[in-house]
Design a protein around this ligand. Structure first.
Ligand SMILES: C[S@@+](CC[C@H](N)C(=O)[O-])C[C@H]1O[C@@H](n2cnc3c(N)ncnc32)[C@H](O)[C@@H]1O
Length: 224
């Protein structure tokens, strides 16, 4: 049964290979891997020089696919750790014949190996796991190593857009972006009032359905 399931997943992954980037896993140790740069060439990947934006932890891809539909002159890279989830995002993009979105099956911790400095116009973090447990802070996608990396990936004036249901995680992230020199603006109210256009993610839809509000911030990289 398990083998059949796995084979089925492999067939599905192969059917969406034009949408999926599976980085080499030749160096499992993250600290070693990120020293051995294998930068993505976005001109080759997307076939044009349009600006690139990235979502980390895209889940089934609803948010980034809608972004890609609404912004045909922007390229979108969406990163997702889990193979059985990213395959669904790829299938959805393929069904819509999108040419400006690609998915990367990787953990965010390996991205410094692949994302050139200054190559991202914006970065989206939607409902990332908050990891509240003691000893798990380093896994939060707004802990020191990740925020440092976002600052490197972003071009000047570029921003991280974060949304989460989790208030302690939101406050933690706000503090981290400030600590690393970003201009930080909380935009939860503007989103709630419809003053800022919002694309609801899969998780956000579920939370809104049970009355849980979205906490949102924009952390802009200041020019050096
Ligand atoms: C709670 S879900 C949210 C999915 C989607 N962004 C949404 O809002 O509907 C978090 C997603 O982030 C992914 N994720 C968590 N940690 C990650 C990491 N270090 N690198 C890449 N993806 C990660 C998980 O696999 C999961 O699909």
């Amino acid at each position: 049964m398990r083998i059949r399931k796995k084979r089925h997943l492999e067939e599905r992954l192969s059917a969406v290979k034009d949408y999926l980037i599976v980085p080499e896993r030749d160096i499992p140790n993250v600290l070693e891997a990120v020293k051995d740069k294998r930068y993505f060439n976005f001109k080759e990947i997307f076939g044009n020089d349009n600006p690139v934006e990235m979502e980390i932890g895209c889940g089934k891809g609803g948010f980034i696919i809608q972004k890609a539909i609404e912004n045909p002159n922007v390229n979108f890279l969406a990163v997702e750790l889990l193979q059985n989830i990213v395959v669904m995002a790829c299938e959805s993009a393929k069904e819509k014949n999108l040419t400006n979105v690609k998915f990367v099956n990787s953990g965010a911790e390996y991205l410094p190996r692949y994302i050139p400095d200054g190559s991202m116009r914006n970065i989206y973090l939607n409902f990332s796991p908050p990891f509240p447990q003691d000893g798990y802070e380093g896994r939060r996608l707004t802990s020191d190593r990740f925020v440092t990396a976002y600052k490197n990936y972003l071009s000047d004036g570029g921003a991280v857009y974060q949304k989460t249901d989790d208030v302690p995680f939101f406050e933690y992230s706000f503090g981290k972006f400030l600590q690393f020199g970003f201009d930080v603006k909380v935009v939860s109210d503007q989103i709630e009032k419809g003053e800022i256009k919002n694309i609801e993610t899969e998780y956000e839809k579920k939370f809104h359905a049970i009355g849980i509000r979205t906490n949102a911030l924009i952390a802009t990289k200041k020019p050096n």
